[in-house]
Design a protein around this ligand. Structure first.
Ligand code: NAD
Length: 503
């Protein structure tokens, strides 16, 4: 079994801490051994990134982007191989494993292409002789902390723009997906990027916490709300340190009395069960108008009973395993809670039958769809807390679309959501009143593209460490004004006369 290392200052570095293993969640097979990063190793990486910053910021945007273009080509050339690594390490079925890699190269393409686009603004001045601009400077060293569910795409959401803008990086991948981290570090090494510009420290939450605590100038975090909010608070106490966090959601789809039910059922199954419900944008609530409720329920339940759970490397599989045992335990805990809170179970494949688990996969972390119906009540925890699994509530509503939107918005999160309706007035009402960062009409609420802003409201996000918005997080703005005249003339009619005392 392969033993891997950290990547610090252009070198592979054996860790001083304990080792940990990456385990295939579908089979229980060990995929590799990795060093558990320590505070000292994080500090060493941050020191290397600090040292490398001056030289890196001195390159042009276009020269910096050249290293990213190398990675873009490698991601494309190794698509199948890397897609399989993603699937083996985090359990997503193979089309999703490959889509993770595709999304990564889309982000790299966006960031590297953007190197040739204008940066900043030319701003008019009140004074004709003045040229005024908004210019950007890199912030310095950026600490990136990423989750396991998009182990190739999200690191590039964080790092591609960050590097092109002239920052250096220390990255801590999720402990569930260190092998993906290793492959990405190998790619950076292959490009010959200057030592210290990109650094990888493997490990658990304590390495992430050490990175947040270190001398980095900006922290980009994507993960759970629980960790993200503590990271946010920790950084807020330090002047001149910046943080952006993308966190979870309790996302919903509204299906009105005007919905095309073919679209509604398709969108709901995709949103609730793709990635075994483990997308930050997965839908755990389906809010359905009473006029179409019974028909929708029958059709959704029928499909949930038949969704193919199995070997994620088999192209016929729709749902692979969940990531680890803690996810299995959390899923069951919330299924129990839903029943305690009054839910009626419609589909219970939470524990798969023996025959449903593929041969050789008995040690995997298997669950199937769990669907229930429940009367809306603002006090219900099962309608408010993120489960991160194929756990879905059907909630019936009566009245106009505003009632559905009220239920939809009654959660502490605000990441993604969708409406299914053939009535443009209902659709536009949802677009304008739905409290989410990513909203869809007649579509699943998953599947964002990299050129769109990605970020949540309420408890789902602070800043946006994703897509083009990351530029704000990793640069500072300078309002730069140059006088082209010999005289000094001030704005707002301010006198430029200097009155001196006469002898
Ligand atoms: P997590 O919060 O447990 O871990 C995320 C990362 O934070 C990991 O690298 C982890 O090691 C690190 N970490 C843990 N404790 C830390 C600490 N005290 N200080 C600093 N870093 C620490 O999340 P996860 O289980 O890996 O991912 C699932 C969660 O991520 C879900 O809630 C999901 O909704 C969310 N997510 C959000 C987005 C988004 O863009 N909004 C995208 C994907 C996943």
């Amino acid at each position: 079994m392969a033993e891997y290392e950290h990547y610090i200052d252009g070198e592979w570095v054996a860790g001083d801490g304990e080792d940990f293993e990456s385990v295939n969640p579908a089979t229980g097979e060990t995929l590799g051994t990795f060093p558990r990063g320590t505070e000292a190793e994080v500090e060493r990486a941050v020191a290397a990134a600090t040292e490398a910053f001056e030289e890196w910021r001195g390159l042009s945007y276009i020269d910096r982007a050249e290293y990213l273009w190398e990675i873009y080509h490698e991601l494309r050339e190794r698509h199948q191989e890397l897609g399989e690594i993603v699937t083996k390490e985090c359990g997503k079925e193979i089309s999703e494993g490959k889509a993770d890699v595709t999304e990564a190269w889309h982000m790299v393409e966006w960031a590297a292409g953007n190197a040739r686009h204008p940066h900043g603004d030319i701003v008019p001045s009140e004074i004709a002789a003045k040229d005024a601009y908004m210019r950007r400077k890199p912030r310095g060293v950026v600490g990136c902390i990423t989750p396991w569910n998009f182990p190739v795409a999200i690191p590039f959401w964080h790092m591609a723009v960050t590097l092109v803008e002239g920052n250096t990086v220390v990255w801590k991948p999720a402990e569930q997906t260190p092998w993906c981290g290793q492959v990405i570090a190998e790619m950076f090494d292959d490009t010959g990027i200057p030592d210290g510009v990109f650094n990888l420290v493997q490990g658990y939450g304590e390495a992430g916490a050490a990175l947040v605590d270190s001398d980095v100038d900006t922290v980009l975090f994507t993960g759970s709300a629980e960790v993200g909010h503590s990271v946010n608070q920790q950084v807020a106490e330090v002047p001149d340190k910046n943080v952006s966090c993308e966190m979870g959601g309790k996302n919903a789809i509204v299906i009105t009395e005007e919905a095309d039910l073919d679209v509604a059922v398709h969108a709901a199954v995709m949103s609730s069960f793709k990635t075994t419900g483990q997308r930050c944008v997965s839908s755990e609530r389906l809010i359905v108008h009473t006029d179409v409720y019974d028909e929708f329920k029958e059709r959704f339940v029928d499909l949930a009973e038949r969704v193919a759970v199995g070997d994620p490397l088999d192209p016929e599989t729709f749902m692979g395993p969940v990531a680890d045992e803690s996810q299995v335990e959390k899923f069951h805990r919330y299924n129990d809670l839903a029943q305690t809170e009054g839910g009626t179970v419609l589909v219970d494949r939470a524990e798969l039958d023996e025959g449903e688990i593929p041969d050789g996969h008995e040690d995997g972390h298997w669950v199937g769809p769990f669907v229930y119906e429940i009367d809306y009540d603002p006090e219900l925890r099962c309608l408010k807390e993120e489960v991160f699994g194929p756990h879905v509530a059907l909630v019936e509503y009566d009245g106009d679309v505003d009632r559905a939107i009220e239920i939809h918005n009654d959660v502490p999160y605000g990441l993604a959501g969708a409406i299914v309706s053939e009535d443009y007035r209902q659709i536009n009402r949802y677009r304008d009143r739905g409290e989410v960062g990513l909203a869809y009409g007649n579509l699943p609420c998953i599947g964002a593209e990299v050129q769109l802003p990605f970020g949540g409201v309420k408890k789902s996000g602070v800043g946006a460490p994703a897509a083009r918005e990351v530029i704000e997080a990793v640069t500072t703005r300078t309002a730069w004004t140059l006088n082209n005249a010999k005289d000094i003339v001030m704005a707002q009619g301010l006198s430029a006369d200097i009155t001196t005392q006469q002898d």
